[in-house]
Design a protein. Structure first.
Length: 267
C-alpha cells in the first residue's frame, strides 16, 4: 500500500511539474521608461553633399506632415494613401540605406520579403525628393555605422539614437522620431520600476539587442556599476524569447518593438 501511495504521489508531482512547465509566461511593459532619446539618420562625415541633401529633404517631409503620416500608419494603423518609389528613372542614382530589419515598426520584413516600416517608408520618401532609387541593405545592427563610415552605405537608418559617441563617427540629420526605451518583465516580476534596477545590491540579468541604445545605457548605467549582467542578442526577438524561458530578469528595448513583441507573446 505504501509503495502504491508513493507511486501515486510521484505521478501527481510529475504532472504538476509538467503543467507548470507548460504554463504560458505573460509579459508586461513597466510604466516607467528607462530613457528617452531622439532618432536620426546617420551619414558619413566626409559625405557633406549627401548630408545636406538628405537633411534638407527630411526637414521638408517633417514640415509638410509626411513623416508624421508615415508614423501614424505604423503606430496607429491610419493609412496615408501615399505611394513612394513608383516613378524612379532607370538611370537614377542609388541611395543605399543600411538597416537591421528586426525592429518593428521601424524596419521589419513584410509580405514578399520586402522590408517595410517607418524608417523604410521615410527613406523612400527622401529618395523620391532627391530623384534617387532606394536600396535597403539588411545587416547586423553594429555593422550599420561602419558601413556608413566606409561608404558601403549612403546612410544608416535603423532607429538610431543620437549619442555623443556616435556623433564622433558620423553626422546626424534632424531628428524624425523619439524613441522611448522601456523595460519588459514577466508578469509578477519583483522589478516594478526602472529604479529597482539601480537598488543597492541589485544583480539582474538584463537582455538587450546588441549595440542598440538599450545595450549602451544598460552597459553604462548598470553593468559598469556592477548592478547587472547584460546579455546581448543579435535580434530583439531573441532577447524576449530568453526572457520568456527564464534566462533573463528583464529586457530593455525601444517601446514600439516592445509593444509588438509583448502582444505577439501574450496572444
Amino acid at each position: 500500500m505504501k509503495k502504491f501511495f508513493a507511486l501515486i504521489m510521484v505521478l501527481v508531482l510529475s504532472m504538476s511539474v509538467l503543467a507548470g512547465c507548460g504554463k504560458k509566461v505573460k509579459l508586461t511593459i513597466l510604466d516607467t521608461a528607462y530613457t528617452t532619446e531622439d532618432y536620426a539618420i546617420a551619414i558619413g562625415k566626409e559625405n557633406t553633399d549627401l548630408y545636406d541633401k538628405v537633411n534638407g529633404a527630411l526637414q521638408e517631409l517633417i514640415n509638410d506632415g509626411t513623416v508624421q503620416k508615415i508614423v501614424d500608419k505604423y503606430i496607429s494603423g491610419v493609412d496615408h494613401g501615399m505611394t513612394f518609389q513608383t516613378n524612379v528613372a532607370a538611370n537614377a542614382e542609388v541611395l543605399i540605406m543600411a538597416t537591421n530589419a528586426e525592429f518593428p515598426p521601424y524596419e521589419y520584413y513584410g509580405e514578399n520579403d520586402q522590408i517595410i516600416g517607418i524608417d523604410a517608408e521615410t527613406a523612400a520618401a527622401i529618395a523620391d525628393k532627391l530623384g534617387m532609387k532606394l536600396q535597403i541593405d539588411d545587416m547586423d545592427f553594429d555593422s550599420i555605422i561602419p558601413a556608413v563610415q566606409s561608404g558601403k552605405a549612403s546612410m544608416g537608418m535603423a532607429g538610431l539614437t543620437v549619442t555623443d559617441e556616435r556623433k564622433e563617427m558620423v553626422n546626424f540629420t534632424v531628428s524624425y522620431a523619439t524613441g522611448v526605451q522601456v523595460i519588459i518583465v514577466p508578469e509578477g516580476s519583483k522589478i516594478k520600476s526602472a529604479d529597482d534596477l539601480f537598488a543597492e545590491g541589485a544583480n539582474y540579468n538584463i537582455g538587450v539587442q546588441e549595440a542598440t541604445t538599450g545595450d549602451l545605457y544598460a552597459t553604462w548605467d548598470l553593468e559598469d556599476a556592477g548592478l547587472a549582467t547584460v546579455h546581448r542578442y543579435n535580434k530583439g526577438a531573441d532577447a524576449v524569447q530568453a526572457l520568456v524561458t527564464g534566462k533573463l530578469d528583464c529586457v530593455i528595448i525601444d517601446n514600439e518593438p516592445a509593444k509588438a513583441f509583448v502582444a505577439q507573446n501574450n496572444k
